[in-house]
Design a protein. Sequence first.
Length: 90
Amino acid sequence: MSIHHGFRRIGAGAAVLAAALGIAFLVILVSASRGADAGLQDAQSAPPVVATLGVAYRTDASIAENYAGLVTARRESDLGFERGGRIDAI
């Protein structure tokens, strides 16, 4: 084994190590830059615009027609609590 051959093996190992460290550094840098922007985008998003309707209780109102049916929400979710109960305050 010559001295020149020994240096070539060390140089190849160092090149592979330098390439691996460079790739790891780039991955960490890109991940950190994306992570820093992700929280700001969620916090700055505007709340959704919904249509509202003002209502008031009237004692002189009368019902002209009756319909049989079931009133349900347009959108529902399967979320729930682990235990049943009552919410006292929010």
